[in-house]
Design a protein around this ligand. Structure first.
Ligand code: C5P
Length: 236
């Protein structure tokens, strides 16, 4: 069984900003209100990896969202580098070879999260890409395979969380983006849930980008989300 995680540590703020300076300013403004950050391609390719090291040295945790997918040997070497960097979570696509290579190379502290099916894909997109199954079936199959292979967790939309939880049980970590506090702008997210609804659906960690980084007071925005996580967690 997983250990209970304090509400503050269940919020992952996505540093989806164009420059290192922007990211550093947000981290400064958030101060001790946020303990976990997500760095994706945009920032990683703008000198974001030294920021990952600096955050880790300052006691924060980092989710490196690079969604790796390549031949097994290349995935394994990339996973080893991420493990040396000291990040907590790293994403890979949910293909069996990729997941196996990542799990074998991850060492003891790094946790591998698999993306089952990208949330921008619908059944027609999968057909166009040459798949003979729809999103629901492919996501369920990949979740089952991820569990068998020993992947640590899955990234999923809040609305998939309850059905994936039923497939993978309690041991896998479920991380959900697409979170919008009541009243926040949806942006381009189509399938959204409030922090409370995502926790109730079984999410362990919530990834929140724009509702925090674009808020006039990011610290207050993060604090309100953490309060909502705490209230919802108390009911589960
Ligand atoms: O700004 P927002 O809260 O929508 O940001 C959500 C973050 O989660 C972004 O970094 C986005 O890339 C990521 N993400 C997502 N949907 C997925 C997987 C990742 O929105 N299915």
């Amino acid at each position: 069984m997983k250990k209970p995680v304090p509400p503050r540590d269940r919020l992952i703020a996505a540093l989806d900003v164009p420059t290192l300076g922007d990211a550093e300013r947000i981290v400064d403004r958030l101060g001790d209100s946020v303990s976990f950050y997500k760095i994706g391609y945009q920032l990683a390719l703008e000198h974001g990896l030294p920021l990952a090291s600096a955050l880790i040295a300052a006691g924060k945790r980092v989710f490196l969202d690079l969604k790796l997918h390549d031949i097994g040997n290349t995935v394994a070497r990339g996973v080893e580098s991420a493990a040396r960097l000291g990040v907590t979570f790293l994403t890979v696509h949910g293909y069996p070879q990729t997941m196996r290579a990542a799990v074998e190379a991850r060492g003891s502290a790094l946790k591998i999260l698999a993306v089952t099916v990208l949330t921008s894909y619908n059944d027609a997109d999968l057909a166009e890409a040459g798949y003979g199954v729809g999103v629901a079936q492919l996501a369920a199959d990949r979740a089952t395979r991820a569990k068998d292979i020993g992947v640590d967790g899955l990234v999923c939309s809040p609305e998939e969380a309850a059905s994936l939880r039923a497939i993978v049980g309690q041991d896998l970590i479920l991380v959900t983006p697409g979170i919008r506090p009541a009243g926040a702008a949806r942006g381009d997210q189509k399938r959204i849930a409030t922090p409370a609804a995502a926790i109730a659906a079984g999410a362990d960690f919530l990834v929140v980008g724009r509702p925090i980084v674009e808020a006039s007071d990011p610290r207050a925005a993060a604090a309100a989300i953490i309060d909502e996580i705490a209230a919802a967690a108390a009911k589960t």
